[in-house]
Design a protein. Structure first.
Length: 380
């Protein structure tokens, strides 16, 4: 894959641009800085874009995400030691989700790992964490033999296609079948709109769909994007991406995960594989936390009377004026029609049905702990 370099008009220290930047501007997107890039927040309406993904199909420019190839004889063993999940157990042609931890159990990042060969993996990490992730990957490149790590973040365009009509849409443009891919399955060398791509059945919305990785050396990502839009997909900005992932209870780094929040506190224990034969970074600290019992837990809240934003204090009537936790993410839910939030609270107040309160600027409004996720698509 070639190096895409900086886009037109970019200078050192300024936000980066994806290969689709000019298209977004030409089509009236409201642009804003996000993760070191200038990205589309919305085109016409977050509500319309959200509903398009829930009922039909939307496309997202997620080319800001960071990608790293990890290859070599020790690649699987290296990744097993680096993350909490179990990459060496992946079959070729499959992907997994995993946290990556510091020795104290705090989270470096959460990422996707795609296995494209016996010793060939593609890591997809958060854009805002690119530099920290790159340094962490290299700092831990020690066991059992050094592996090759290639940062291809600026050489890959990435488009997410999400919604009930995603399979039909992508199938109409792909030369290889994609409808038979299982969840977290992937296929390499799939031509979409005449461009060679990697297609994975993954996403960040709670809906079925795909993520399309495009080797970007010129206008390849634009060609795929325009073909998808011409076939009926609605362009969706990061505003609706946030409401969609919040309804599906999908974590956002810097909110539900951070160097101060462990995967266990964030409710991601299914992705921590204690049974791996070799230790992984953070295992000892996470095991101690598990054995001692969690002191706080991520919960879902339905809020009355206002939108609870990240950082707002959570209270319990039983605790008086003292806050018991913090909102990590919050918004109005377009699907449910009510304000919802995720919050970290002590386990004593984490039970479903618990009545809490959230401070919204100068007001205190009622909130109730509810079962997660807020939204789950119907099984087909």
């Amino acid at each position: 894959m070639g190096n895409n370099g900086r886009g037109m008009g970019e200078a050192e220290g300024e936000p980066l641009r994806t290969p689709l930047y000019e298209w977004h501007v030409a089509h009236g997107a409201r642009m804003a800085a996000f993760g070191g890039y200038v990205m589309p927040m919305e085109y016409k309406s977050i509500l319309r874009e959200h509903q398009s993904v829930r009922t039909a199909v939307g496309i997202f420019d997620v080319s800001h995400m960071a990608e790293f190839w990890v290859t070599g004889d020790g690649a699987a063993a290296y990744l097993d030691r680096l993350v909490t999940n179990w990459p060496s157990r992946l079959e070729v042609g499959h992907a997994l989700y995993t946290p990556m931890c510091y020795p104290d159990g705090g989270t470096v990042d959460d990422l996707l790992i795609l296995r494209l060969g016996e010793d060939r993996f593609l890591l997809v990490t958060n854009a805002a964490n690119h530099d920290d992730d790159a340094a962490w990957l290299q700092a831990n490149n020690l066991w059992p033999a050094r592996v090759d790590i290639a940062d291809v973040s600026r050489a890959v365009g990435l488009i997410a296609v999400q919604g009930p009509d995603a399979v039909r849409l992508v199938s109409s443009l792909a030369t290889s079948p994609v409808s038979d891919l299982p969840g977290f399955g992937l296929r390499e060398d799939v031509e979409v709109a005449g461009i060679r791509t990697i297609v994975s059945r993954t996403g960040y919305t709670g809906e079925d769909g795909f993520e399309i990785y495009v080797p970007e050396t010129g206008h390849e990502t634009l060609a795929v994007w325009e073909a998808l839009a011409a076939a009926g997909a609605v362009p969706v900005g990061l505003g609706a991406r946030d409401t969609l992932r919040l309804e599906a209870r999908l974590p956002l780094y810097g909110h539900e995960l951070s160097s101060e929040i462990t995967p266990l506190e964030a409710g991601l224990s299914p992705f921590v594989k204690w049974e791996k034969p070799d230790d992984f970074v953070g295992r000892e600290a996470l095991w101690r936390q598990k054995e001692a019992g969690l002191t706080r837990r991520l919960v879902g809240l339905k809020v009355e009377g206002g939108i609870a934003r990240a950082g707002y204090p959570v209270h319990s009537p039983e605790a008086g004026a003292h806050g018991v936790g913090l909102v990590t993410s919050g918004s109005h839910s377009p699907t449910l029609g009510v304000p919802i939030a995720l919050a970290l609270v002590p386990v004593a107040w984490a039970k479903v049905g618990t009545e809490l309160q959230v401070s919204i600027r100068t007001r205190t409004v009622p909130a109730r702990v509810v079962r997660l996720p807020f939204y789950r698509r119907e099984a087909v």
